[in-house]
Design a protein around this ligand. Structure first.
Ligand code: FPP
Ligand code: MG
Length: 293
């Protein structure tokens, strides 16, 4: 196996170079985003530019970069990360590429479960957002095993979106509501913003992103976190995802700090005196509960 194929989720705990440490200390004197969402775009162009031979090699490089970025983000004290790993639209790509991405996910998810020691050390809670019924039984099992293994961890949170689009997430949230109504568990009059929020994939304790980063020079949201990103600072970088380095991350955070200081935060959901809803997750069961009436 090559080094890229072997790569895991947690990079080795090497000393951070002094210039990275210094830059971090400087930036950390300002507000640090609590939650950052990444659209990891540009893997195939990277593979082509570097003559890697196949697009999957580009996605492998993308995964290696993801692991580095997760480490940097945790050093910055960023508590939650959401990554767009596979869009429902990506099923339209060639059979080879879709199959290769699914294999890559299986390998990396299995690797994560095998790395028991690191899981207990880092204590990151993993969550998967998206329509899992579109995936193989093997992948679905790996995902629920990872969620079960890490659900009590509070050292940070990583949401992996696969296979995901916002419109699908919002539609599924309405399906959940419809089921609750049909089963007589709630009244149609009770449906409000808070309930839709609770029924999204992020309803299981996720927060809205403070900073949204897309690489590769594309200025599109691509149906990602459309509900949750209502008040999110959006940052675009022209580098391809496998080239998004420490310096690029610092620039994005500085840009966030600059704009945060010039705008005031939007009011949170439920300004009116409506009922607030929370979702209780028990395995595959979901139960809506009203918090305040
Ligand atoms: C977009 O680049 C990237 C993807 C569709 C896949 C992203 C996946 C990874 C970075 C690997 C993560 C893996 C796991 C297991 C979480 P693109 O294919 O659109 O590249 P292009 O814009 O240059 O065509
Ligand atoms: Mg792309």
């Amino acid at each position: 196996l090559t080094a890229d194929e072997e790569a895991g989720w947690f990079v080795s705990q090497k000393e951070q170079p002094w210039w990275q440490w210094l830059l971090r200390r400087f930036i950390a004197s300002g507000p640090i985003p609590r939650h950052v969402a990444f659209v990891m775009d540009g893997n195939r162009r990277f593979a082509k530019n570097k003559n890697l031979g196949s697009v999957i090699k580009g996605h492998e490089k993308g995964f290696v970069q993801l692991a580095k970025i997760l480490d940097w983000c945790s050093r910055f004290g960023i508590r939650e990360i959401t990554v767009y790993a596979f869009s429902i639209e990506n099923f339209k790509r060639s059979e080879d590429e879709v199959g290769g991405l699914m294999r890559l996910a299986e390998e990396k998810f299995q690797k994560l479960l095998n790395d028991s020691e690191k899981l207990d050390e880092k204590r990151i809670c993993f969550r998967f957002y998206g329509n899992r019924t579109l995936l193989s039984a093997r992948l679905q099992k790996l995902m629920s095993d990872i969620e079960g293994r890490t659900e009590k961890f509070e050292g940070g949170r990583l949401n992996v979106c696969m296979p995901y689009t916002s419109r699908d997430e919002i539609s599924r949230s309405f399906e959940t509501i419809r089921t609750h109504v049909k089963e007589g568990k709630l009244n149609v009059e009770d449906i409000n913003e808070s309930m839709i929020d609770a029924c999204l994939d992020s309803g299981c304790g996720g927060t809205p992103p403070d900073l949204f980063i897309r690489t590769s020079g594309e200025h599109r949201l691509s149906d990602f976190m459309m509900w949750q990103a209502a008040d999110t600072h959006v940052y675009f970088d022209s580098v391809l995802w496998p080239e998004f380095g420490y310096y690029n991350l610092c620039k994005a955070i500085l840009n966030y700090q600059y704009y945060r200081s010039t705008v005031s935060k939007m009011s949170s959901l439920n300004v009116s005196e409506e009922t607030t809803w929370k979702m209780n997750f028990r395995g595959n069961d979901r139960d809506l509960i009203s918090v305040k009436s």
